[in-house]
Ligand binder design. Structure first.
Ligand SMILES: *[C@@H]1O[C@H](CO)[C@@H](O)[C@H](O)[C@H]1NC(C)=O
Length: 223
Protein backbone atom coordinates (compact mmCIF):
# COMPACT_ATOMS: atom_id res chain seq x y z
CA UNK A 1 0.00 0.00 0.00
CA UNK A 2 2.86 2.35 0.84
CA UNK A 3 4.24 1.86 -2.66
CA UNK A 4 0.97 2.55 -4.31
CA UNK A 5 0.41 5.69 -2.23
CA UNK A 6 3.84 7.07 -3.15
CA UNK A 7 3.16 6.25 -6.78
CA UNK A 8 -0.17 8.05 -6.65
CA UNK A 9 1.31 11.24 -5.17
CA UNK A 10 4.13 11.24 -7.72
CA UNK A 11 1.56 11.05 -10.45
CA UNK A 12 -0.77 13.64 -8.98
CA UNK A 13 1.84 16.30 -8.24
CA UNK A 14 2.47 17.45 -11.82
CA UNK A 15 -1.16 16.93 -12.73
CA UNK A 16 -2.22 19.32 -9.96
CA UNK A 17 0.43 21.93 -10.73
CA UNK A 18 0.12 22.16 -14.49
CA UNK A 19 -3.26 23.89 -14.69
CA UNK A 20 -2.01 26.65 -12.35
CA UNK A 21 0.79 27.80 -14.66
CA UNK A 22 0.04 29.11 -18.14
CA UNK A 23 2.32 30.34 -20.92
CA UNK A 24 3.73 33.86 -20.60
CA UNK A 25 3.50 36.13 -23.62
CA UNK A 26 6.42 38.25 -24.83
CA UNK A 27 5.48 41.03 -27.25
CA UNK A 28 8.59 41.97 -29.25
CA UNK A 29 8.40 45.35 -31.01
CA UNK A 30 10.86 47.06 -33.34
CA UNK A 31 10.91 50.82 -32.73
CA UNK A 32 14.21 51.22 -34.58
CA UNK A 33 14.15 53.24 -37.81
CA UNK A 34 15.61 50.17 -39.57
CA UNK A 35 14.70 46.49 -39.97
CA UNK A 36 15.62 44.15 -37.10
CA UNK A 37 15.46 40.36 -37.35
CA UNK A 38 14.12 39.40 -33.92
CA UNK A 39 15.43 36.17 -32.43
CA UNK A 40 14.20 34.10 -29.50
CA UNK A 41 15.38 30.86 -27.91
CA UNK A 42 12.97 29.27 -27.44
CA UNK A 43 10.77 30.87 -30.13
CA UNK A 44 12.71 31.07 -33.42
CA UNK A 45 12.94 34.31 -35.33
CA UNK A 46 11.13 36.89 -37.45
CA UNK A 47 11.89 39.90 -39.62
CA UNK A 48 10.47 43.05 -38.02
CA UNK A 49 10.29 46.17 -40.15
CA UNK A 50 10.06 49.46 -38.23
CA UNK A 51 6.91 49.48 -36.06
CA UNK A 52 6.18 45.76 -36.42
CA UNK A 53 5.60 43.38 -33.48
CA UNK A 54 5.85 39.65 -32.87
CA UNK A 55 4.22 37.84 -29.95
CA UNK A 56 5.91 34.76 -28.52
CA UNK A 57 4.30 32.34 -26.05
CA UNK A 58 6.79 30.83 -23.64
CA UNK A 59 6.02 27.71 -21.62
CA UNK A 60 5.98 27.99 -17.82
CA UNK A 61 9.20 26.81 -16.19
CA UNK A 62 11.36 27.76 -19.19
CA UNK A 63 14.95 28.63 -18.19
CA UNK A 64 17.97 29.98 -20.05
CA UNK A 65 15.73 31.85 -22.49
CA UNK A 66 16.92 34.80 -24.60
CA UNK A 67 15.41 37.37 -26.92
CA UNK A 68 17.70 39.57 -29.03
CA UNK A 69 17.77 41.56 -32.25
CA UNK A 70 19.85 40.78 -35.32
CA UNK A 71 20.98 43.44 -37.78
CA UNK A 72 22.27 43.47 -41.33
CA UNK A 73 20.65 40.16 -42.25
CA UNK A 74 19.84 38.60 -45.56
CA UNK A 75 17.97 35.31 -45.83
CA UNK A 76 16.86 33.30 -48.84
CA UNK A 77 13.37 31.85 -49.32
CA UNK A 78 14.19 28.83 -47.17
CA UNK A 79 15.33 31.03 -44.25
CA UNK A 80 19.09 30.50 -44.74
CA UNK A 81 21.54 33.38 -44.81
CA UNK A 82 23.47 35.45 -42.32
CA UNK A 83 23.45 38.56 -40.14
CA UNK A 84 26.10 41.11 -39.29
CA UNK A 85 25.20 40.98 -35.56
CA UNK A 86 23.40 38.33 -33.51
CA UNK A 87 23.58 35.62 -36.19
CA UNK A 88 22.39 32.22 -34.92
CA UNK A 89 24.11 29.73 -37.22
CA UNK A 90 22.83 31.34 -40.42
CA UNK A 91 19.14 30.61 -40.01
CA UNK A 92 16.09 32.89 -39.69
CA UNK A 93 14.50 30.57 -37.11
CA UNK A 94 17.02 30.49 -34.27
CA UNK A 95 17.48 27.37 -32.18
CA UNK A 96 20.89 28.49 -30.88
CA UNK A 97 22.04 31.71 -29.20
CA UNK A 98 23.41 34.58 -31.29
CA UNK A 99 26.95 35.63 -32.16
CA UNK A 100 28.28 38.72 -30.35
CA UNK A 101 27.93 41.59 -30.34
CA UNK A 102 24.28 41.31 -29.31
CA UNK A 103 22.30 42.94 -26.50
CA UNK A 104 20.36 40.22 -24.66
CA UNK A 105 17.01 40.08 -22.88
CA UNK A 106 17.33 36.96 -20.71
CA UNK A 107 14.79 35.23 -18.50
CA UNK A 108 13.79 32.18 -16.48
CA UNK A 109 10.11 31.66 -15.66
CA UNK A 110 8.41 30.25 -12.55
CA UNK A 111 11.58 29.84 -10.50
CA UNK A 112 12.45 30.10 -6.78
CA UNK A 113 9.71 31.61 -4.60
CA UNK A 114 7.19 31.78 -7.45
CA UNK A 115 9.23 34.41 -9.27
CA UNK A 116 10.34 35.04 -12.85
CA UNK A 117 13.97 36.20 -13.09
CA UNK A 118 14.91 38.53 -15.94
CA UNK A 119 17.74 40.80 -17.04
CA UNK A 120 19.37 42.72 -19.87
CA UNK A 121 22.92 41.56 -20.51
CA UNK A 122 25.88 43.24 -22.19
CA UNK A 123 28.10 40.25 -21.44
CA UNK A 124 27.82 39.38 -25.15
CA UNK A 125 28.30 43.03 -26.15
CA UNK A 126 25.76 45.53 -27.48
CA UNK A 127 24.11 45.96 -30.86
CA UNK A 128 20.63 47.47 -30.24
CA UNK A 129 19.05 49.32 -27.30
CA UNK A 130 16.43 47.22 -25.46
CA UNK A 131 13.59 47.87 -23.03
CA UNK A 132 12.41 44.76 -21.16
CA UNK A 133 9.28 45.42 -19.11
CA UNK A 134 6.37 43.61 -17.51
CA UNK A 135 2.97 44.36 -19.05
CA UNK A 136 1.22 42.92 -16.01
CA UNK A 137 2.23 42.28 -12.40
CA UNK A 138 3.39 44.59 -9.65
CA UNK A 139 7.05 44.88 -10.65
CA UNK A 140 9.19 47.17 -12.78
CA UNK A 141 10.97 46.99 -16.11
CA UNK A 142 14.55 47.65 -17.18
CA UNK A 143 16.12 49.46 -20.10
CA UNK A 144 19.47 49.84 -21.80
CA UNK A 145 19.22 52.49 -24.48
CA UNK A 146 22.46 54.48 -24.22
CA UNK A 147 24.58 55.17 -27.30
CA UNK A 148 26.96 52.32 -26.54
CA UNK A 149 27.92 51.80 -30.18
CA UNK A 150 28.85 55.48 -30.56
CA UNK A 151 30.82 55.55 -27.30
CA UNK A 152 32.40 52.11 -27.73
CA UNK A 153 36.10 51.88 -26.72
CA UNK A 154 38.25 51.51 -29.85
CA UNK A 155 39.42 47.99 -28.95
CA UNK A 156 35.82 46.74 -28.67
CA UNK A 157 34.40 48.29 -31.84
CA UNK A 158 32.84 45.70 -34.14
CA UNK A 159 30.77 45.93 -37.35
CA UNK A 160 27.25 46.91 -36.23
CA UNK A 161 27.98 46.94 -32.52
CA UNK A 162 30.29 47.10 -29.52
CA UNK A 163 31.87 43.82 -28.56
CA UNK A 164 32.49 42.32 -25.15
CA UNK A 165 36.09 41.97 -23.94
CA UNK A 166 35.83 38.16 -23.54
CA UNK A 167 35.13 37.75 -27.27
CA UNK A 168 37.92 40.18 -28.21
CA UNK A 169 40.68 39.28 -25.72
CA UNK A 170 39.61 35.97 -24.12
CA UNK A 171 41.15 35.15 -20.75
CA UNK A 172 39.73 34.45 -17.31
CA UNK A 173 39.71 38.11 -16.25
CA UNK A 174 37.10 38.92 -18.92
CA UNK A 175 35.42 35.56 -19.56
CA UNK A 176 35.09 34.55 -15.93
CA UNK A 177 34.59 30.85 -16.68
CA UNK A 178 36.13 29.42 -13.52
CA UNK A 179 35.87 31.48 -10.40
CA UNK A 180 34.88 34.78 -8.92
CA UNK A 181 35.85 37.76 -11.03
CA UNK A 182 35.75 41.51 -10.69
CA UNK A 183 34.67 44.47 -12.78
CA UNK A 184 37.20 45.74 -15.35
CA UNK A 185 37.59 49.10 -17.09
CA UNK A 186 35.53 47.64 -19.95
CA UNK A 187 32.72 46.39 -17.70
CA UNK A 188 32.68 49.80 -15.97
CA UNK A 189 32.15 51.42 -19.37
CA UNK A 190 29.06 49.23 -19.92
CA UNK A 191 27.77 49.78 -16.36
CA UNK A 192 28.14 53.55 -16.59
CA UNK A 193 26.01 53.56 -19.75
CA UNK A 194 23.45 50.97 -18.64
CA UNK A 195 23.31 50.67 -14.84
CA UNK A 196 20.51 48.04 -14.92
CA UNK A 197 22.28 45.67 -17.31
CA UNK A 198 24.87 42.94 -16.71
CA UNK A 199 28.27 44.46 -17.49
CA UNK A 200 30.34 41.34 -16.72
CA UNK A 201 29.42 37.70 -15.97
CA UNK A 202 29.12 38.07 -12.18
CA UNK A 203 27.28 41.37 -12.09
CA UNK A 204 24.15 39.75 -10.54
CA UNK A 205 23.87 42.13 -7.57
CA UNK A 206 22.63 45.11 -9.60
CA UNK A 207 21.41 43.38 -12.75
CA UNK A 208 18.96 40.59 -11.93
CA UNK A 209 15.27 41.46 -11.49
CA UNK A 210 12.11 39.57 -10.58
CA UNK A 211 8.40 39.62 -11.31
CA UNK A 212 5.70 37.27 -10.04
CA UNK A 213 5.42 34.08 -12.10
CA UNK A 214 2.62 34.48 -14.66
CA UNK A 215 3.66 38.00 -15.67
CA UNK A 216 3.59 38.96 -19.38
CA UNK A 217 6.37 41.07 -20.87
CA UNK A 218 7.28 43.42 -23.70
CA UNK A 219 10.69 43.65 -25.35
CA UNK A 220 11.26 46.81 -27.41
CA UNK A 221 14.21 47.39 -29.73
CA UNK A 222 15.35 51.06 -29.78
CA UNK A 223 12.90 52.10 -27.02
C1 LIG B 1 -0.93 37.25 -20.35
O1 LIG B 1 -1.32 37.22 -21.69
C2 LIG B 1 -2.28 36.19 -21.98
C3 LIG B 1 -2.50 36.19 -23.49
O2 LIG B 1 -2.83 37.48 -23.95
C4 LIG B 1 -3.57 36.45 -21.20
O3 LIG B 1 -4.49 35.42 -21.45
C5 LIG B 1 -3.20 36.48 -19.71
O4 LIG B 1 -4.35 36.80 -18.97
C6 LIG B 1 -2.11 37.51 -19.46
N1 LIG B 1 -1.70 37.43 -18.07
C7 LIG B 1 -1.76 38.47 -17.23
C8 LIG B 1 -1.27 38.21 -15.84
O5 LIG B 1 -2.18 39.57 -17.58
Amino acid sequence: MATSKAFTSLLCFPVLLLPLASAATFAVTNKCPYTVWAAAVPGGGRRLDPGQSWTINVAPGTTGARIWGRTGCSFDGSGRGNCQTGDCGGVLQCTAYGRPPNTLAEFALNQFNGQDFFDISLVDGFNIGIDFSPTSGNCHGIRCAADIVGECPAQLKAPGGCNNPCTVFGGEQYCCNQGPCDPTDYSRFFKRNCPDAYSYPQDDQTSLFTCPAGTNYSVVFCP
